[in-house]
Design a protein around this ligand. Structure first.
Ligand code: SAM
Ligand code: SF4
Length: 335
């Protein structure tokens, strides 16, 4: 018993209490930075975890100390039994939340409420409907914006994820921050990250430093407040004085936060990834279906975690496209 107690502690002493579960590889949007233009090879349906498997595998992680679960995808809400999965996971002693593109959110308000989901992360990369169409390859801006307002009005804590890309939406940084003047939301600017097939290059990166310089130019220094970040927070948090909401920067590229990482990821086809950037993964589902004890595989996977960004610890490695190509596309990892 003693042996399995710390299976979620890695060789650098990091405890992994936060599990992100991707429910599907499918999505109703086609964001260019996430889904390769040529599409992805989908796993056969029989390789995708059923809702019972999601629940039973999650339970094993909870037994070993996971206290927070985030549902993601693809788009988690396109899964037909998303409501059942939410209900099942809500019965576990965890903080349950999800990341969504919000297209279908209006159908889930009551399900979120009855299952104790209070915080929802929504992806929105532009406030301009034409640019939204360009980046998502779908004409859903009005629906998404309306659903974000619905979530706010229904009392959910909303965090808006904005992936910034040079020459595309970096001129909207202040427009997004101005939303927080009257709305009690958190805008989270995310540095564009490299994954298989997403045409990443460092010229497209909008860095933490650039974002802060842009903010400095637009607001009086005395009104820009640095907030205290939560433990294991991946973001640096700020607020403009007297604004209802706040903003944050997630700088996985220029300022990684690997030292305090507590995250592990389970893909929709039941593979455990010990890091967003890892090029290897462990097949939990096949072993689980074979009736094997998956705890030793989990432990081994956690032990194999690199200190930083799945081993991409230098800019040179980060810029090496042959290394990204060994990872999955983001749409099949789940962010
Ligand atoms: N479909 C849901 C959504 O869009 O919110 C959940 C899945 S999505 C893969 C999770 C998050 O990953 C989103 O906030 C998205 O913006 C982010 N993401 C996807 N590709 C990214 C990339 N290359 N760099 C940074 N963030 C990325
Ligand atoms: Fe779909 Fe989310 Fe990826 Fe966009 S970021 S393609 S909404 S999974």
């Amino acid at each position: 018993m003693e042996e399995t107690q710390n299976i979620l502690r890695d060789s650098f002493g990091r405890d992994h209490s936060y599990l992100r579960i991707s429910l599907t590889e499918l999505c109703n949007l086609r964001c260019t930075y996430c889904m390769p233009a040529e599409g992805i090879a989908l796993s056969p349906k029989s390789h995708i975890m059923t809702y019972e498997e999601v629940y039973n595998i999650a339970k094993i992680f909870v037994k070993h100390g996971v206290s927070k679960i985030r549902l993601t995808g693809g788009e988690p809400l396109v899964r037909k039994d998303a409501d059942v999965i939410i209900e099942k996971l809500a019965s576990l002693p965890v903080e349950l939340s999800l990341t969504t593109n919000a297209v279908l959110v209006d159908r889930f308000i009551e399900i979120f409420k009855t299952n104790g989901i209070r915080t929802i992360n929504v992806s929105l990369d532009s406030l301009d409907p034409d640019k939204f169409l360009q980046i998502t390859r779908r004409n859903n801006f009005d629906k998404v914006y309306k659903n974000i307002m619905l979530l706010v009005n229904e009392g959910f804590k909303v965090k808006l994820n904005v992936v910034l890309m040079k020459g595309f939406n970096d001129n909207e940084i202040i427009d997004f921050i101005e939303l927080t003047k009257d709305l009690p939301i958190v805008i989270r600017f995310i540095e564009f990250m490299p994954f298989s097939g997403n045409q990443w290059n460092k010229e497209k990166l909008v860095s933490l430093q650039y974002i802060l310089e842009t903010v400095d130019k637009s607001y009086d220094e005395s009104t820009i407040m640095r907030l205290t970040d939560a433990p294991n927070d991946t973001s640096k948090n700020y607020q403009i004085e007297n604004y209802k909401g706040s903003f944050a920067i997630i700088s996985s590229i220029t300022n990684p936060f690997c030292d305090s990482c507590n995250r592990i990821r389970l893909t929709a086809n039941g593979q455990l990834k010990n890091c967003l950037f890892s090029t290897t993964e462990s097949d939990l589902l096949t072993q689980y279906r074979a009736g094997e004890n998956i705890e030793p595989i989990i432990q081994k996977t956690i032990q194999a975690k690199y200190k930083m960004r799945g081993g991409m610890d230098t800019n040179k490695k980060l810029e090496d496209a042959s290394l990204h190509a060994q990872n999955r596309s983001m749409i099949t990892i789940g962010g």
